[in-house]
Write a protein that binds this ligand. Structure first.
Ligand code: PMP
Length: 427
């Protein structure tokens, strides 16, 4: 038995499913998860001492590459000064000023420790600010695991959502309406009927949790116009897209200013750090200024802030995003050509350092589209790549991530591996 398998068995005896977050268990692709023992640059190593070119990047944070020497040094220095104080620090102000400078829609912000906290707090804030209860989310978008967001669509338009997890009372999700991504007509009809009751609309401005799905321009425009008209708060959940699709996130590419923005992943550079922020008049409703309660023992943790600040410095160096996009483009051009040569139905899409691989003729435009892609083909691709030393997220519904440490040579190597895998799949 290899070491990954041994560890997985040992883990399952003490940690439910053997993992601390479900997708890590390889449930949708089958097989044994790789237990990672170290990471550096574009590589991760598993407990069998096998090396993988990594396109998971810790699900997004590792944009400058794993264990970047400057980030590690910043973390070391911060750690020497103490791990947590539960009191304000100057570094928190510096990172908040930096984020506000980068993110067009952020005038003020609060630091938290996970994306889940950021979205949960933003929604509470939107409800407190508007004095309304109802919220709109979109099918296939993930905003963390707080109760009112673990919702699947009801049976028809204007039926409110049902819990998508056991343990969530239906009462907690009865104010959450689940609509289809990119469906402008449905959005217009909903606002026409109950616009005055809607506290907020939350969306992934490029969806990354149903694989990568782009919003149409009409959808984005309608979202901003309708929320403005009806006094609802527009929340861009940029936990994944922030500092990833472009420095200023999806909002800088859409040319849209949301009322609130949630951030995570890249801003912590691999440490537990996230944030929510936006219009100063809305942020003023948070305790201790206003009546919306929100708090955290480790919020603004000095070690996490140090990692985040150094990461934000590196990604603002000249040419960072141009190079990242170029590398993503190189990888996808290689994959597209290799799949076409093998006669495999395949398509791909990317925005900056985030990309999607689809076993479908066209990139999907909604969750329903995505369910029609060939998940068996994905499984064969995933294991073929992994067995040859290239790691992607273990689900057809995940986006993939490029880093600055992925050199053109490593990308060529990845494409050559994909060529073999596609040929195997076609045989
Ligand atoms: N929002 C989005 C868009 C995400 O992708 C995620 C995590 N993948 C979250 C929120 C939740 O973040 P966390 O896992 O840090 O709680």
């Amino acid at each position: 038995m290899n070491r990954n398998e041994q560890l997985f068995n040992r883990a399952k005896a003490i940690i439910p499913g053997g993992v601390n977050s479900p997708v890590r268990a390889f449930g949708s692709v089958g097989g044994i998860p790789r237990f990672i023992k170290k990471a550096e640059g574009a590589y991760v190593w598993d407990e069998n001492d096998l090396r993988y070119i990594d396109y998971v990047g810790s699900w997004g944070p590792a944009i400058v590459g794993h264990a970047h020497p400057e980030v590690i040094e910043a973390v070391r220095e911060a750690a020497l000064g103490g791990l947590s104080f539960g009191a304000p620090t100057e570094a928190e102000i510096v990172i908040a000023e930096e984020i506000a400078k980068i993110m067009p829609g952020v005038e003020q912000l609060r630091l938290v420790s996970s994306g889940t906290e950021a979205t949960m707090s933003a929604i509470r804030l939107a409800r407190g600010f508007t004095g309304r209860d109802k919220i709109i989310k979109f099918e296939g978008c993930y905003h963390g695991h707080s109760d009112s967001l673990l919702v699947k669509a009801g049976s028809g338009l204007l039926t409110f959502g049902n819990p998508s997890s056991a343990g969530v009372p239906a009462d907690f999700t009865k104010h959450t309406l689940v609509l289809s991504y990119n469906d402008v007509t449905q959005l217009e009809e909903t606002f026409a009927q109950i616009g005055a009751e809607i506290a907020c609309v939350i969306l992934e401005p490029f969806a990354g949790n149903m694989n990568l799905v782009r919003p149409s321009e009409a959808f984005i425009t309608a979202l901003r116009t309708l929320t403005e008209q009806h006094g609802a708060v527009l929340i861009y959940d940029e936990v994944m897209t922030g500092f990833r699709v472009a420095l200023g996130g999806a909002q800088s590419l859409h040319g849209i200013t949301p009322d609130l923005t949630t951030m995570g992943k890249v801003i912590g550079g691999g440490m537990p750090l996230a944030a929510f922020g936006g219009r100063a008049d809305i942020m003023a409703c948070i305790s201790p200024l206003g009546g919306v309660y929100q708090a955290g023992t480790l919020s603004g943790n000095p070690v996490a802030v140090a990692a985040g600040l150094k990461t934000l410095e590196i990604i603002q160096r000249p040419g960072f995003y141009e190079q990242l996009s170029e590398r993503t483009g190189q990888l996808l051009a290689g994959f597209n050509a290799a799949a076409a040569d093998a006669g495999i139905t395949f398509s791909s899409d990317s925005i900056g350092g985030m990309f999607g691989l689809y076993f479908a003729a066209q990139p999907p435009q909604s969750y329903a589209d995505m369910t029609r892609s060939d998940t068996d083909a994905f499984k064969r691709f995933f294991h073929g790549m992994l067995n040859r030393g290239v790691a992607f997220g273990p689900s057809a519904y995940e986006a993939c991530f490029m880093s600055a440490a992925h050199t053109p040579e490593l990308i060529e190597e990845t494409v050559a591996v994909a060529r073999d895998v596609f040929a195997d799949m076609a045989a």
